[in-house]
Design a protein around this ligand. Structure first.
Ligand code: PLP
Length: 496
């Protein structure tokens, strides 16, 4: 059945999947949502024997209904290839009786690769299908991981340019080095004096700038988004939750139909929303456990029904979750409002104006699938150390937040269902925090000495993504204030 997409702020206008991917964000500032969530057509038993690529096709074809079989398979095969350091694409590791879904085996060693290795292919295919004449300019705000994954995906891709803004003092040293060493004439990386929310708000303002859009059009250019607001990022993320269930079934870890819980370290709410979509497609998932760090807006929201971003922004050891405005939550709000675009638009206007909103009791009752909690910096570090001591397995800081929250969930509820924790980054990306958590004697070592030490104590090879940047020259050294973003973009694009 064909699926069309409409904006969370206006249900009248409908576009195809390829048009939604091409545009990224709707003109009214809303996010594109499918008119319904499709059901899986194959049983879990049938999916259990399939490869990652085959499962990706079975899931994505249900959402991207205007792509032909050839087009979609071509995108999938180009994305999930030897860029990943394992044939499984997403290995599942058991530790302390819980399953860690390792989403970090792609080229930039964070889970963003799961979607950003396919997005460029979906985007070019969408452009061709819609006879787009313009070059596409990918404009992206990053809390650290999206930036590099998007750069790696779009570098050198004909007909595209990519601009990435990151918070200058808000990413890990390795994350920054990965971005500023990016090669490719079509790439542009800028640090801003501000935090991730500043970068994200600035980017959204540029998307909604009609004067800039006209100048771009005259120059044969148009913006699109590689942020998780793009439906072309959300859909590929649904795949690995289906895959995880299918593989646990195949390995005999669960019985067919048995419910599992899923824990997701959350920032912009994209990854956990994908798990929610998977549940609604028919994957037997019980609770969706939303883990936050000290920027615990989402925890407060699940407890009180009030979203309130008016609070201090904290820089933590899990920077990719340092977010106070979780963009993808809008898709959930729209749904629990009964797909009511007007109601959602009203709440989002309150968020923009006053920094918060409160949902109705009826909407709150629709959130029963979710459990929210958070881990502070001390709990996160303690979890890394404890897991290492118990099992030798080294967690990155984001995954450690999830693991700590999972322990709180079990203590709270005594629910001992089989559980999958989304493991969103390699510990090699956050070496200093991770090593310091294990032992403070590591404090004196340099970033790359720590890399080698981690490889030794964790008994894992140094990933390629890290080897590459050891000696790579810095190519991008641009820094700007948050109110200069438009000027910087125009400069790079050669618009006067
Ligand atoms: C982006 C990111 C997250 C948060 O994911 P969302 O989809 O934004 O909620 C968590 N961990 C890591 C390592 C990330 O890169």
């Amino acid at each position: 059945m064909e699926i069309l997409y409409s904006s969370t702020r206006d249900s009248q206008k409908k576009v195809t999947a390829s048009q939604a991917i091409l545009k990224g964000l709707s003109d009214d500032g809303g996010l594109f949502v499918p008119d319904h969530i499709p059901e899986l057509e194959l049983s879990m038993k049938e999916l259990a024997d399939k490869s990652y690529q085959e499962i990706a096709y079975e899931v994505m074809r249900l959402y991207l209904t205007d792509f032909t079989e050839d087009e979609l398979k071509n995108c999938i095969n180009r994305a999930y290839d030897s860029k990943f350091d394992t044939k499984e694409i997403v290995p599942i590791k058991e530790a302390e009786g819980t399953y860690y879904l390792e989403l970090f085996h792609g080229s930039t060693i964070a889970f963003k690769d799961m979607a950003l290795s396919i997005l460029p292919h979906l985007m070019i295919t969408s452009a061709a299908k819609n006879h787009a004449k313009n070059d596409i300019v990918i404009l992206t705000a990053t809390s650290g991981d999206t930036g590099k994954a998007a750069l790696a995906g779009f570098a050198g891709v004909e007909g595209t340019k990519i601009i990435v803004f990151y918070p200058k003092n808000g990413v890990s040293p390795i994350q920054e080095k990965q971005m500023v060493t990016q090669k490719g004439d079509n790439t542009f990386v800028v640090g801003i004096h501000g935090n991730f929310d500043d970068a994200q708000s600035g980017v959204k303002a540029l998307f909604n700038d009609s004067e800039l859009a006209r100048e771009m059009e005259d120059a044969g250019l148009q913006f699109s988004s590689a942020n998780s607001i793009n439906i072309g990022r959300l859909v590929p993320q649904v795949v690995y939750y289906v895959y995880a269930y299918a593989k646990l079934l195949k390995q005999g870890k669960i019985k067919d139909g048995e419910k599992i819980n899923v824990v997701v370290p959350t920032g912009n709410f994209g990854n956990i929303l994908a798990a929610f979509y998977a549940k609604n497609m028919g994957v037997p998932i019980g609770k969706l456990i939303c883990a936050s760090n000290e920027n615990k807006v989402l925890y407060d929201f699940f407890v009180t029904g009030k979203y309130d971003r008016n609070r201090e922004f904290k820089l933590t050891s899990s920077p990719s979750m340092d977010i106070l405005i979780s963009s993808n939550l809008e898709r959930l709000i729209y749904r629990i409002a009964g797909n009511d675009a007007e109601k959602n638009a009203e709440l989002m206007a309150a968020l923009a104006k006053n920094g918060g909103y409160e949902i109705t009791g009826q909407m709150k009752a629709e959130l029963a699938d979710f459990y929210g909690n958070y881990a502070d910096e001390k709990e996160t570090a303690a979890r890394i150390a404890e897991m290492y001591e118990n099992t030798g397995y080294v967690l990155d800081t984001h995954t450690a937040v999830a693991s700590a929250v999972y322990k709180k969930y079990v203590a709270d509820t005594k629910d001992d269902s089989v559980t999958v924790i989304a493991s969103t980054a390699s510990p090699f990306k956050f070496t200093r925090y991770v090593m310091n958590a294990i032992d403070d004697k590591y404090d004196a070592m340099s970033d790359f000495e720590l890399v080698d030490e981690l490889s030794k104590i964790g008994n894992v090879a140094v990933p390629n993504a890290i080897e590459e940047i050891r000696t790579a020259p810095v190519i991008h050294d641009n820094v700007c204030d948050k109110n200069q973003m438009k000027a910087v973009v125009k400069g790079f694009l050669g618009l006067s």
